[in-house]
Ligand binder design. Sequence first.
Ligand SMILES: Nc1ncnc2c1ncn2[C@@H]1O[C@H](COP(=O)(O)OP(=O)(O)O)[C@@H](O)[C@H]1O
Ligand SMILES: Nc1ccn([C@H]2C[C@H](O)[C@@H](COP(=O)(O)OP(=O)(O)O)O2)c(=O)n1
Length: 232
Amino acid sequence: METAAPSAVIVAIDGPSGTGKSSTSKAVAAKLGLRYLDTGAQYRAITWWMITNGIDTDDADAVALAAGKPAIVSGTDPAAPTITVDGVDASGPIRTREVTSKVSAVSAVPEVRALITDLQRGIAAEAEGGIVVEGRDIGTTVLPDADLKVFLTASPEARAARRSGELRGKDAADVAATKEALIKRDAADSGRKTSPLAKAGDAVEVDTTELTLEQVIECVVTLVEEKRAGRK
Ligand SMILES: Nc1ncnc2c1ncn2[C@@H]1O[C@H](COP(=O)(O)OP(=O)(O)O)[C@@H](O)[C@H]1O
Ligand SMILES: Nc1ccn([C@H]2C[C@H](O)[C@@H](COP(=O)(O)OP(=O)(O)O)O2)c(=O)n1
């Protein structure tokens, strides 16, 4: 595997849904002049392609057979990240409830993970000044030699409230349904055989339940700066 330039800093941010990975990673990358990669968007993109092409997402063999067909391309500017599938902008369609409900099954298929992991390593290797990569298995599997690994957590209640706040006004039934869906997806992502959602042994765990987004960003920026200072 090629590696990025020696001065480049590679940051891996993992954790379950709604812990603040995307918002934190984008802001940290923008502040520090790094590239940004949302690996969840790549798994969502391949899931969207499977759905649009009539592949049964519960049929792991069918998913494995088709996995190499779509061309998934991620733009890594933290101010305007993009994702295309076969040249088509997929940033909207990958966020639908249907994709969200099927992405765990598709991303559990080893052939899918092998292909997407290769893509991710290639993007990280090409990021000259360094990159923040967020997902579920970045610190454990994709970039085990990352300079800094952060594992974000938050209570299921806080995560569900954040997520339902994104959809509509928060009402109790909404938060309860979102919480149930989140817990189900966490269990699927943590329980799969191939590179499950897990904290790397050398990751710094940050519980964001009681922190504002700004506090989490500040915390991660400080951790990156400490790592950079330590390498000089
Ligand atoms: N510490 C925080 N406090 C309150 N809201 C937050 C916090 N971190 C993130 N959010 C909000 O929660 C939602 C989910 O955050 P996101 O970064 O997409 O999480 P993830 O990528 O882990 O699923 C977003 O609307 C975001 O603005
Ligand atoms: N590195 C990754 C990133 C995401 N996934 C899978 C598992 C997740 O449930 C889905 C969607 O990830 P995404 O980060 O978009 O999910 P949320 O923004 O947290 O809702 O993709 C994965 O298996 N490995």
